[in-house]
Design a protein around this ligand. Sequence first.
Ligand SMILES: [Zn+2]
Length: 243
Amino acid sequence: MPLEQSEAIVLRSFIVGEQDKIVVLFSRDKGIIRGVAKGARKFGSRFGSSLEPLSLVKVFYYEKERKDLVTVSNCDLVESFFEIQNDLQTSFTLSYFAELIEEFSPIRAKDDTLYRLLISILNSLKGGGDLNFLTRYFEAWLLKIEGVLPELNKCKKCRKILTDSCWLSPKKDGVFCNHCASQKKEEIKPELGSFVQWIKKNTPPKKGPLPFSTLELENIKKILQDIIIFHLEKKPKTLRYLK
Ligand SMILES: [Zn+2]
């Protein structure tokens, strides 16, 4: 059993038995890893605070044949994001990100773009970035990385370039122009297309004025979350705590 190591973000951890913890990690090299940290609940355990949610760690672990859980032997804290989690809404939002990653990203599949997205969002939040804006940034990129963000600038049927409002297809895999839409249930305002173009060209912003208004961000949020819920076939548990 060789000792493996990877840089990882702790998505969540929970108590199991008297002294152990199960930890769900999002690793740079292998995507989601679930492991058991023996003795993690003991006073003065070698894990310290490294298993707290959203810690950036260097994890050392053993794989066991035919076992779903790895054995975490050590976990060194590289960077903590504890201080931004003192704000309750930020803390809830980070649990929402963690839930989405765990739901969308398959077990043991490297997802380097998503990993780098999470790290850069955490750094922007640490630098004073706007929580609402960065949440939309995360949602839109997550959908794009997972290949389920619909093409927004062209009508799915007639391929006309869209400049005005259009309509989300029932399967959320494209948009229809006014002429082609058979169901006009979910209107897509032009700001969603502009937002997607913007995030492709810009890194997550820290301080400073935002390029989209609160009302525009509210419209963007509704559509992005509808697409997320459609693909998960359920509402993320953590979403109800978000404003
Ligand atoms: Zn059309």
